[in-house]
Design a protein around this ligand. Structure first.
Ligand SMILES: [Zn+2]
Length: 488
């Protein structure tokens, strides 16, 4: 059985001042055919999953390109055309094929193409033909279009937020797509439009129990797969919002029923699934008084993982104004300041301006006498089994306040983003990280308490106030009851 795989992924914040081009893919992750590492990345876990099956002699695997850019602003038209042509050219050269498996994100929007993944899947279907089985993995923070489910036989989506199950999602997609290609199953997909956009972390109830039940449903064998698309509120897409996907073994009526029941249950969680988001000063004062240190504070909206710059200084300025002790903050994206730190050298003390450069919403740059405590070329942090590049990075100190400056935009995933830069977390009472919820998996075990600080500004965090131009469907919270039926 001949199988082709490829992975093209990023998440586009169409409201971000950033722009994304090919160099962003090169900087984050770009592996030409055959050069994918043994470890998976967030969106390319189908590669190691299929390699395992190729090594067992189950399939003949033809690998295409795998690439990922850190979430950012609108993708340039030439970059999308280049990536699309590259992967589709590889697919064409690999014909004839029994199966195609894509590792996608699902929230990529390019200048001139609103639904990149739908476009890619449609073109892949055209090339591979109606008898080829096509599978794709998505991030739940994506836009599910009809074009995608029409052209893919199998869709699997990370169930966890934080996305700690990306390896299992890739495995499930490979498994089901190959079963379908062997004729062992007849996958039929049902989709229900939940008509809402909200923040739905699965580390908390009610989402925790909901996801546990989806997993139990899959294990029961009643259905092949069930997934939740959360939607991505920073992307101006006509398909914005939450959707339920249920795949049955040729039982459309049952799939439709289940997708609707699960979808209306999810709709019932609106407005109460997210953790408490505190005003920034409240979060800092509460953390400072907490007896359970270290307190981890998430700067939830200045999250590079949501496509913003990650150079906001607003929380940091509050830390300085309040004179808080025992604080570490990671990371602030500032390649220019990192360059100056490398020129100054480890141990140097000098006047540095850093942060607050990319947009008017990110606060003012900080001007301070800093000491460079550690310089690391091509620094990394871990995210589960994957390694996330931070680029050249500098740890700087102002008094006893430690700050990590980095060159590759990256959200905070793991405490090793501090320790790899020589920052001793034992002495810290407050750790400030730029991430909405992905930090949770690795930080929770060391955290005395976790607080979420909502600094308004860099991210379109209130959909009621965001100027969507492509959204034509009614969704909550813009419309109270978009289903127009009596609600339980
Ligand atoms: Zn996501």
């Amino acid at each position: 059985m001949r199988v082709f795989c490829a992975s093209v992924a990023t998440e586009t914040n169409t409201f971000s001042p950033l722009r994304t081009d090919f160099s962003d893919f090169e900087q984050s992750f770009y592996a030409p055919p055959g050069e994918h590492p043994e470890t998976p990345t967030l969106c390319s876990a189908v590669f190691p999953a299929l390699r395992k099956r190729a090594a067992r002699g189950e399939v003949e695997l033809i690998e295409g390109t795998a690439t990922w850019a850190e979430p950012g602003g609108l993708l340039s038209a030439p970059t999308w055309q280049r990536l699309r042509a590259e992967v589709l050219g590889q697919l064409k050269a690999a014909l004839p094929l029994d199966a195609v498996v894509f590792g996608l994100h699902g929230a990529m929007i390019a200048d001139g193409c609103v639904d990149c993944e739908g476009d890619l899947l449609e073109a892949a279907r055209e090339i591979a033909g109606p008898d080829c089985r096509i599978g794709a993995t998505f991030d739940p923070h994506s836009h599910l279009s009809e074009k995608r489910t029409r052209n893919a036989d199998i869709v699997t989506v990370f169930k966890e937020f934080p996305h700690t199950d990306f390896v299992e999602t890739g495995e499930a997609c490979a498994d089901l797509t190959l079963k379908a290609a062997r004729g062992e199953i007849t996958p039929v997909t049902s989709v229900f439009d939940v008509r809402m956009i909200d923040v739905l972390p699965t580390s908390l109830q009610p989402m925790r129990g909901f996801i546990d039940r989806l997993n139990a449903l899959e294990r029961s064998g009643e259905i092949l797969s069930a997934s939740v698309i959360h939607g991505f509120m920073a992307g101006d897409s006509p398909d914005l919002g939450a959707k339920i996907i249920v795949t049955t073994n040729d039982d459309k009526a049952r799939g439709n029923r289940l997708a609707r029941d699960l979808g209306m249950e999810l709709f019932g969680f609106r407005g109460r699934a997210a953790p408490e988001f505190l005003p920034p000063v409240d979060a800092l004062v509460r953390a400072d008084k907490s007896p359970r240190s270290p307190v981890v504070i998430a700067d939830v909206w200045d999250n590079p993982g949501g496509g913003v710059a990650g150079d906001s200084t607003i929380l940091l300025q509050h830390v300085l104004d309040l004179g808080l002790k025992g604080v570490a903050l990671g990371t602030i994206w500032d390649p220019m300041a990192v360059r100056l730190c490398f020129a100054a050298g480890e141990g140097a003390a000098f006047d540095l301006r850093f942060g607050g450069k990319t947009s008017a919403h990110a606060g003012q740059p900080i001007d301070a006498r800093v000491r460079v405590t550690r310089l690391v070329e091509n620094a990394v942090q871990s995210f589960g089994a994957s390694v996330v590049p931070l680029g050249n990075s500098a740890a700087i100190r102002i008094g006893d306040l430690d700050i990590v400056l980095n060159t590759n935009r990256a959200q905070a995933f793991s405490p090793d983003l501090f320790t790899n830069l020589g920052i001793d977390l034992e002495t810290k009472r407050i750790l400030i990280v730029k991430s909405t919820n992905h930090f949770h998996g690795a930080f929770a075990p060391i955290a005395g308490e976790i607080l979420y600080a909502a600094v308004e500004g860099p991210y379109p965090s209130d959909p009621r106030r965001t100027a969507y131009t492509r959204l034509k469907r009614e969704i909550w919270p813009m419309v109270d009851n978009p289903h127009h039926e009596e609600l339980a």
